[in-house]
Design a protein around this ligand. Structure first.
Ligand code: TRP
Length: 341
């Protein structure tokens, strides 16, 4: 009998800082939109901090708190969804052990996201640790621990999803049909640029954070990359590659007005400062209820702790069920080993 249940979502983030607008349009918005129809699990992936921050784990507790507040403030509802910490689910480590036997080292070395991250952290192919190279295996364990169907992520995570499916297939082929093959779900804007037009990232100093104050938002937008050729208001401007218009597209739902502004900008009827002021208002309006919810949760550390404990518990229940199936499929069920004859 196939299991009758709501479809499951699992996704999450590393606790290395706060979440930003790119996370919102790339994945968080989908999580909020889907939480009524799916059984949702959101992982705060603290093992992954060790890949490139192994000498810098002092802030990990604070970052876990920040990520949790980011989740709650955008509207993830802990009554509907489980938020949990990766290292508190021992079954994930167990699954990682088994899965690590089902993937070859050259296959891991081909993963483009690993290459990119190692380069960014200045870690060469000869120095990369076993755990860094292998973290997509641990990520497969995250996803498969609750046998998720859908994984809302940004574009950079697609190679990991592909590996997750390969590992699931390999397990099923080797042992028995335990796993489904989870699908990625990309947000509407999977690669929102940072204010300097490079990939928006926590570490590059080019991100607008969900927790930024109105003044910080204004300051960052004023610095944002526009069209370097447009010097005077009356110079015709370019929309393509213009970060301010990227953000308007992503955060302003009045499409007609956006088209109007684009026309004026292209004809040299409006300048950078005016367009940036419009964007500042729109972003601050978008962030205002998020800030408000953050303030409410911030004042209640007991509630924050309870949310994580309940999330951990609920996730462990599911992960334990998965491990039972896994052990059975692998013939690793030793409960009555001494009664064998
Ligand atoms: N690798 C993801 C990131 O860097 C975080 C993550 C950990 C994740 N486990 C996951 C994402 C499982 C999706 C599913 O953002």
């Amino acid at each position: 009998m196939p299991e009758q249940r709501k479809k499951r979502i699992l996704t999450g983030d590393r606790p290395t800082g706060c979440l930003h607008l790119g996370h919102y349009v790339g994945s968080l918005k989908n999580r909020v939109d889907f939480q009524d129809d799916y059984d949702c699990f959101f992982i705060i992936a603290d093992y992954q901090v060790l890949t490139d921050h192994i000498n810098n784990t002092k802030g990990v507790g604070e970052s876990i708190r920040n990520i949790l507040l980011d989740y709650l403030s955008v509207g993830i509802d802990p009554k509907k969804s489980s938020i949990f910490i990766q290292s508190m689910i021992p079954e994930i480590a167990q699954l990682t052990m088994y899965f690590s036997m089902l993937v070859s080292v050259p296959r891991l070395q081909r993963n483009p996201t690993i290459k990119e991250e190692a380069t960014a952290a200045r870690i060469g192919a000869k120095e990369i640790s076993y755990g860094f190279l292998g973290y997509p295996v641990s990520q497969a364990a995250d996803i498969l621990s609750v046998r998720a169907d859908v994984v809302p992520v940004g574009e950079d995570q697609l190679p990991h999803l592909e590996q997750t499916r390969e590992i699931a297939k390999s397990f099923n082929r080797t042992f028995d049909d335990v796993f489904k093959y989870p699908e990625a779900l990309l947000g509407e804007y999977p690669r929102l640029p940072g204010i300097d037009r490079q990939k928006m990232s926590k570490s590059r100093g080019n991100a607008i954070f969900l927790s930024d104050s109105p003044e910080e938002v204004a300051k960052k937008v004023m610095k944002a990359y526009t069209d370097p050729q447009k010097i005077h208001l009356t110079d015709p401007g370019h929309i393509e590659g213009n970060v301010v218009f990227n953000y308007l597209d992503a955060f302003y739902d009045n499409k007609k007005e956006i088209d109007d502004l684009k026309g004026k900008y292209e004809r040299g009827e409006i300048g950078d400062v005016a367009i940036k002021k419009i964007l500042i208002d729109i972003l601050n309006e978008f962030l205002s209820p998020i800030r408000e919810r953050r303030r409410q949760y911030e004042d209640d550390p007991k509630l924050l702790e309870k949310i994580l404990l309940e999330g951990n518990e609920r996730t462990r229940e599911e992960a334990q069920k998965t491990l039972e199936l896994v052990h059975k499929a692998m013939n690793y069920h030793y409960g009555n080993i001494f009664s064998f004859r």
